[in-house]
Design a protein around this ligand. Sequence first.
Ligand SMILES: N[C@@H](CCC(=O)N[C@@H](CSC=O)C(=O)NCC(=O)O)C(=O)O
Length: 291
Amino acid sequence: MSLKEISRNKCFGGHVVKYEHHSEELDCTMKFNVFLPKEASENKVPAIYFLSGLTCTEDNFIQKSGAMAEAAKFGIALIAPDTSPRGISIDGDSDSWDFGTGAGFYLDATEPKWAKHYRMYSYIVKELPHLVHEQLAIDESRVSIMGHSMGGHGALTIHIKHPTQFKTASAFSPIANPINCPWGQKAFSNYLGTDDKESWKKYDTVELLKTHLNERLNILIDVGTADGFLERELLINKLEEATKELGRESEFKIRRQDGYDHSYFFISTFIADHIKHHADVLAAKSVKNKN
Ligand SMILES: N[C@@H](CCC(=O)N[C@@H](CSC=O)C(=O)NCC(=O)O)C(=O)O
């Protein structure tokens, strides 16, 4: 399946390109944005996938995070997918902002009503990398993943399950223990059903830490102390407790940033630290960027 370019803007010496394609996994037309640094015109470059949060499209991160300035310094590509299947209509998919459209939760639904289209896990882990790495100048041996909120949950769970494919992860304000918070319970009960709640655990960072013990992780997490979702939805304290109980504290750098909220103002403040974290792991050296 070929990618159709629908817009291109020069940015920090490279380009932000929006692509459209048919997704076999999601059975619909999808869009995503890529920042290709100028180095990509000559060589394959390392890349960071960014998974966005509830209500987002492929545009929020690219337009609001300020990440391209930082990625350009290291010659790193950024890949920003959408957050759910689009252009389809399923009864109940638009009733609330935290479920359905814009809220795919990076899982493969098993409930028949949702299972045909809501396969964001397979889309992010398999289909999108296959398309992107085949058709763009991306070095697939140097790829990592980051995300925000629902996308932070996606980035952490996908990295823990695929540490070889995605070499590291970082997250802003991730939903760390979705099986125990209202957003996660609403999504998982609808997409995965309530008969087998054990199946929910394969999409829960706290639970995955208990079962995926072989890989030593190196994950950066930032969360704002003034984040209105911190106590009820993100449950970062549950993640901290689990890392302590499992003796895995050293695998996580969890920073509570004083007075910051859940917004992209917070993300843009600390994005440079996150890009640096990924650049270190992906061995992307700082380059002089003459725009
Ligand atoms: N509409 C909601 C707020 C929704 C919201 O805050 N979405 C966040 C992600 S939340 C977790 O996944 C977001 O990134 N929004 C996009 C943006 O550009 O800010 C409400 O009314 O509270």
